[in-house]
Design a protein around this ligand. Structure first.
Ligand SMILES: *Cc1c(COP(=O)(O)O)cnc(C)c1O
Length: 472
């Protein structure tokens, strides 16, 4: 593809994306594709000779689009947002156009330095402790996902707890990690991958608001020490996936300090809220954390994938993950004056992700980002008020930010039928969880273009659909 042909096709592709954005509300939010349907429509063998790009674009419309669940629809209220924005999409495109590999500072200095700079900006933007800035002992790095950030935090915690010897000898089955019963599944995955074994993950019970009970954390640590085990890692949630519960980080942090345990704070979804000073209560206690992560790819208008991971002491992380083979040796690395992000995460190679984040922040400005976050939280609070007043519905918990957990009073079966009915209808998409053993519907507000009318229409649809099911 010559630059001229690329220019022509590229314009058409941008048109395609802009048209997609314009007509996105006309699609069923949840794809109606059946298992195997797309594969059955694709040719058995790849083309032997190159095909016309127009034919590819036609298949995009006819074959691919029906198999898409529209995460960028303003009527997408399922799971959690994975929102996006124009500047982010363009940043992603430029990153692809440059096609650099930023494993070392030397392999593309701007890729590293823009990342360091934007992550330092974000410390200030979110009101995080200064110790996470690269100017001190800490620093931030972009990871693909919160799952990877948690794994890196756990690996560094494991090494710190064993005098950096388990990297060499492997784990001996005595290290223990802690999280609440509401913690994300990525914590258990990290515990498995890091070699601690899921048997050595303690899930601590929660209180009525689904926040970890620090008294039970302490008693579990004491019991583990008595059994000659080595507590090494606590993951505190700031915004659980099920209900957006926040663990008492100040208390958990004090416990971790006293016990010499690494504290990681997982704020994957909720962290973005700290852009707004009035929601900074979610950062309480974070100054006691050894590491912290949040996902701009969830609620901060930045395309997947982009997780910001901070450590208070970068040397533990780097010592855990750094290996310097001869073929990567270079003068800037040896000078010690540069950051080589390959030592801050699991893969060697890395994309230029900071570009999209930089473009998002510059396009919106901090005030612009706050505006959208506040709007989402406001809509969630309005919806919660309606649910509180609705005869047949109840809130499972008062929403802290942008996630509304509620249920129909008619029981688990009715709630599941209601959700299935709504998602089949296609005008909205919601998902569920279990809280206190009961089916709970989750209505997550965070897509970039979701406005009051979308939430109001959705609620009307939910009430109407429930009304029909009650009569069955
Ligand atoms: C979404 C989420 C995760 C996992 O995020 P990935 O970036 O997909 O790994 C982890 N923890 C919490 C609290 C989340 O909301």
């Amino acid at each position: 593809m010559t630059p001229e042909e690329f220019r022509r096709r590229g314009h058409a592709v941008i048109d395609w994306i802009a048209d997609y954005q314009k007509r996105i509300e006309s699609f069923p939010v949840l794809s109606r594709s059946k298992p195997g349907e797309l594969r059955a429509a694709l040719p058995e063998e790849p083309p032997e000779t190159g095909e016309d790009f127009d034919a590819v674009m036609r298949d995009l419309d006819e074959l691919i689009l029906p198999g898409i669940t529209h995460w960028q629809s303003p009527n997408f209220f399922a799971y959690f947002p994975a929102n996006a924005s124009g500047p982010s999409i363009l940043g992603e495109l430029i990153s692809a156009g440059l096609g650099v590999q930023g494993m070392l500072w030397a392999t593309s200095p701007a890729c590293t330095e823009l990342e360091t700079h934007v992550l330092d900006w974000l410390v200030g933007m979110l009101g995080l402790p200064d110790k996470f800035k690269s100017s001190g002992d800490g620093g931030g790095v972009i990871q693909d996902t919160a799952s990877s950030a948690t794994l890196c935090a756990l690996l560094a915690a494991r090494e710190r707890a064993t005098g950096f010897r388990s990297d060499e000898k492997g784990c001996d089955g005595t290290l223990v990690a802690y999280a609440s019963t509401q913690a994300h599944s990525s914590i258990e995955k990290a515990v498995r991958i890091a070699g601690l074994g899921s048997r050595n993950l303690r899930l601590i019970e929660v209180d009525k608001k689904y926040s970890m009970r620090p008294d039970l954390l302490v008693s579990r640590i004491v019991a583990d020490r008595a059994a000659e085990l080595v507590p090494c890692f606590v993951c505190a949630n700031v915004g659980t996936t099920s209900s957006l519960a926040v663990d008492p980080v100040p208390e958990i942090g004090r416990i971790c300090r006293e016990e010499g345990i690494w504290l990681h704070v997982d704020a994957a979804m909720a962290g973005t809220a700290a852009l707004c000073p009035e929601y900074r209560f979610i950062n309480e206690g974070v100054e006691l954390a050894d590491s912290y992560c949040f996902n701009p790819h969830k609620w901060m208008f930045t395309n997947f994938d982009c997780d910001c991971f901070y450590v208070a002491d970068r040397s533990s992380l780097i010592r855990t993950l750094s290996i310097l083979p001869e073929y990567l040796r270079n003068r800037p690395t040896e000078s010690g004056a540069v950051i080589d992000y390959r030592d801050w995460h699991i893969p060697l190679g890395r994309r230029f992700r900071a570009l999209k984040l930089w473009m998002v922040i510059r396009h919106y400005g901090v005030e612009g980002l706050r505006h959208h976050v506040r709007a989402h939280v406001g809509l969630a609070q309005e919806l919660a008020d309606r649910i509180e007043k609705a005869e047949h519905f109840e809130l499972a918990v008062r929403p802290l930010l942008n996630l509304v957990c509620f249920r129909h009073k008619g029981g688990d079966d009715l709630n599941m039928r209601l959700m299935e009915e709504l998602n089949t209808d296609g005008r909205i998409y919601i998902t569920h969880t279990k809280l206190d053993g009961r089916i709970t519907l989750r209505f997550s507000i965070g897509q970039t273009n979701t406005q009051r009318r979308h939430v109001e229409d959705a609620w009307r649809l939910i009430e109407e659909t429930a009304g029909r099911l009650e009569k069955d």
